[in-house]
Design a binder for this molecule. Structure first.
Ligand code: PLP
Length: 463
């Protein structure tokens, strides 16, 4: 290729207007929302980077697939289409549809975990951890040293810590019902896991006779990073790489709202006949019959097509480049971010960027509010508001104060990203004027979703 510009590999057939607001309107909207971006009306947001989950745009092929949805209660044609799409990538014997990833987790753990057991993972996603703990089991995160440091450059910061894994398997013989690896490592910053790491974890699991499960929500993004960064994979297709990743696992949980390219859905896939039949029985209790699992036939069609599209090289190149491009613009301007950027989001290090705001005044939360106020952009705080509240009601500052900008799939174009970079560069110039916030009203758990706050010093940004 002689041209360097990586273009959006699609043209736009249906458009959804987004609405400009002025600063005064945003002041009013954020005040009414109790200075909590979760409580804003989405209509009052210009560019919404709250999450990449279920927020993607579907293709013409997915929409036409939906028209072919077979809504038969049992044995629908759409199920077999879905099953074969999932099997083509994962190779697993039993494919169980669910309405989201967390339903797959609940059903798997409901049948495979006993109280007191331990589940190691590179890093548990929050619903995964909650579902493990709901079974009174322990969710253990085993990150590598480089994975824990936001500014250390390493190609595979999502890897599971193999030394710690081996040690813990040795020390807990008989008490580890499964090992999990999350690809990419969402809670660790969307960082990839290498094939070598998955292969070695598989070998360890075989040695101890323990099944290995992938939390596969972003398997295609992970496959792309392996292709780009790991020796021996440059000439393989993302599909071949994904197939190899899954070949080392005994099962997987998946949210189709991520790399399923759909707005809803998920699945549990596994090889063990006995466990699968118990999971299917539990599925019937809450999700539905095993050939639809809480989804409409048309949802199964959308996912089947989405799984074919997500491993497309042009798509993945554009997807990963979008994140990397914004990362480059911010790094050049001296804005501290978690590096290198992961697959689905940029994480701004608010603690380094706003050293004048103490953690007790939630610097990342304040930065996310300033970003909305100045540019109409919605992001999400991953810091002391999300993690600081302890079960006993006390407050403990989080390890990092991050603002996450997550990119919906196929939704925004380069000009949106350029605009976003411009807003962030401006914020960086006026960063000394950004002020902290304090809590006014806080629920007992998961407070970030509904808490109400106010500026701690009169204004969010000094005028
Ligand atoms: C989103 C996500 C889940 C949960 O999926 P839902 O569809 O939101 O229930 C689990 N694990 C990871 C890594 C995720 O990103």
């Amino acid at each position: 290729m002689i041209f360097k510009t990586i273009i959006e590999p699609f043209r736009i057939k249906t458009v959804e207007p987004i609405r400009h607001t002025n600063r005064a309107e945003r002041e009013e909207a954020i005040r009414k929302a109790g200075y909590n971006l979760f409580l804003l009306k989405a209509e009052d947001v210009l560019i919404d980077l709250l999450t990449d989950s279920g927020t993607g745009a579907m293709s013409a092929k997915q929409w036409s697939g939906m028209m072919q949805g077979d809504e038969s209660y049992a044995g629908a044609r759409s199920f077999y289409r879905f099953e074969s799409a999932v099997r083509n990538i994962t190779g697993f014997k039993h494919i169980i549809p669910t309405h989201q990833g967390r339903a797959a987790e609940r059903i798997l753990f409901g049948n495979a975990l006993k109280p007191g057991q331990i589940v190691p993972n590179n890093t548990h996603f929050d619903t995964t951890r909650a579902n493990v703990e709901y079974r009174q089991a322990q969710a253990l995160d085993l990150r590598t040293a480089e994975g824990k440091q936001p500014h250390v450059i390493h190609p595979f910061k999502g890897n599971i810590n193999l030394d710690e894994l081996e040690q813990m398997l040795e020390q807990n013989l008989g008490n580890v019902p499964m090992v999990m690896i999350t690809v990419t490592n969402n809670s660790g910053g969307g960082q990839p896991v290498s094939m070598e790491n998955i292969r070695s974890a598989h070998a360890l699991c075989r040695q101890y006779d323990i099944p290995l499960f992938l939390d596969a929500c972003r398997f295609a993004e992970n496959a792309w990073f392996i292709k780009m960064r790991e020796k021996g994979y440059a000439d393989k297709t993302p599909l071949e790489i994904a197939q190899e990743m899954f070949s080392y696992a005994d099962g997987a949980t998946m949210s189709a709202k991520k790399d399923g390219m759909a707005n809803i859905g998920g699945f549990l896939a596994l090889n063990d006949d006995d466990l699968a039949s118990r999971c299917k029985n539990m599925l019937i209790l809450s999700e539905g019959f095993p050939t639809y699992g809480g989804l409409a036939g048309y949802d199964l069609e959308a996912i089947a097509v989405g799984l074919e599209e997500v491993v497309n090289e042009d798509y993945l190149r554009y997807r990963i480049r979008t994140v990397e491009y914004l990362g480059e613009r911010l790094t050049q301007a001296g804005i501290p971010i978690v590096r290198p950027p992961g697959g689905h989001a940029i994480y701004i290090d608010a603690l380094s960027m706003l050293p004048h705001i103490p953690q007790s005044e939630y610097p990342a939360w304040a930065l996310s509010l300033a970003l909305y106020l100045v540019g109409g952009v919605r992001s999400v705080e991953i810091g002391s508001m999300m993690f600081g509240q302890q079960p006993d009601g006390t407050e403990k500052p989080a390890e990092m104060e991050l603002v996450r900008l997550a990119f919906p799939r196929r939704v925004y174009t380069q000009s949106h990203i350029d605009y976003l970079a411009e807003v962030l560069l401006h914020l960086n110039e006026i960063k000394e004027t950004i002020r902290g916030v304090r809590l006014v009203e806080s629920p007992p758990v998961l407070r970030h979703f509904t808490a109400r706050l106010e500026p701690a010093h009169g204004q969010l940004i000094d005028s």
